[in-house]
Design a binder for this molecule. Structure first.
Ligand code: NAD
Length: 275
């Protein structure tokens, strides 16, 4: 695999721009998939407490023998664990399962009706100040939620991890992130496979001798997103990493820009209020 570029975060740390996501990988299959990804050269794994596979991610990492400082691990605080003391305890539970301290810890959803995300963020700030985690960030935050953190707390989130792909380009949030030095992480970067039959993307793929998935991931990389596509199929895990040996032209980027259609594959942040 060609060298994966690093992106610098607003706290001075760096994050590999391409990682491997493990949402919906059953625990029994997780260690095998993560081992495959690590063997293929991935060094960044994105998990969450709610995925139920932190322990298996940790097992694969431990078995790989790859030095800890060459790996990047993200996990996330689940909604039911929001709040000051609960958040700290949930972090400790994730550390125990992973067998390591993550590089990046995120609030998974704002769940604004519960109004605990500011208090939870202060708990993450303390974890960072105590040296337990290098970087802290959020996920699925809308501009209003980010504004509250900016106004009421000390640390600007290093990242906001949001659903983002050519059918949901999140231009308003990306502009907000750029203005405040927040890196955009794109979840469901392939729209869970839904855009792989798009004719415009297929034409671009053909022109480069690449697959549609590779074109979409390359688009993410060229517009500055961090991505972590998920697959349990070894050939696809390899394919999704082979995106650093070609580049999309300005005309191709423009054509993809036109595909934006406000299409979500997952929950809207305002609808995710359940624990
Ligand atoms: P994704 O867009 O990565 O799509 C995954 C699906 O696309 C796979 O199940 C497979 O069917 C297909 N696929 C993958 N590679 C392919 C290829 N090369 N060719 C053809 N089909 C291919 O969707 P995702 O898994 O939802 O998102 C990726 C990661 O984002 C997750 O694993 C997780 O880490 C993260 N995520 C975070 C949140 C959040 O709320 N923060 C929500 C969803 C996902």
């Amino acid at each position: 695999m060609t060298q994966i570029p690093d992106i610098r975060l607003n706290d001075g740390a760096t994050i590999p721009q391409l990682g491997f996501g493990v949402f919906q990988i059953p625990p029994a299959e997780t260690a095998k998939a993560v081992t495959e990804a690590l063997e293929l050269g991935y060094r960044h794994i994105d998990t969450a407490a709610i995925y139920g596979n932190e322990r298996e991610v940790g097992e694969a990492i431990a078995a790989s023998g790859i030095p800890r400082d060459q790996l990047y691990v993200t996990t996330k605080l689940w909604n039911a664990d929001q709040g000051g003391g609960r958040a700290t305890a949930a972090f400790e539970a994730s550390v125990e399962k992973l067998g390591l301290e993550p590089d990046l810890y995120l609030i998974h959803w704002p769940t604004p009706a519960r109004d605990l995300y500011v208090e939870s963020w202060r708990a993450l700030e303390r974890l960072q100040a105590d040296g337990r985690v290098r970087s802290i960030g959020v996920s699925n935050f809308q501009p209003a939620h980010l504004r509250r953190l900016l106004q009421e707390t000390q640390v600007v989130p290093a990242v906001n991890q949001i659903e983002l792909h050519p059918y949901l380009q999140q231009k308003e949030l990306r502009a907000f992130h750029a203005e405040h030095g927040i890196v955009t992480e794109a979840w469901s970067p392939l729209a869970q496979g839904e855009l792989l039959d798009d004719p415009a993307l297929q034409r671009i793929a053909q022109a480069h001798g690449k697959t549609t998935a590779q074109v979409v991931l390359r688009w993410h990389v060229q517009i500055g997103n961090v991505v972590f596509p998920k697959s349990v199929t070894p050939s696809r895990i390899a394919e999704n990493a082979a995106i650093f040996d070609f580049a999309l032209s300005d005309a191709e980027l423009h054509a993809i820009d036109q595909l934006d259609r406000d299409h979500r594959t997952g929950f809207h942040p305002d609808e995710m209020e359940i624990a």
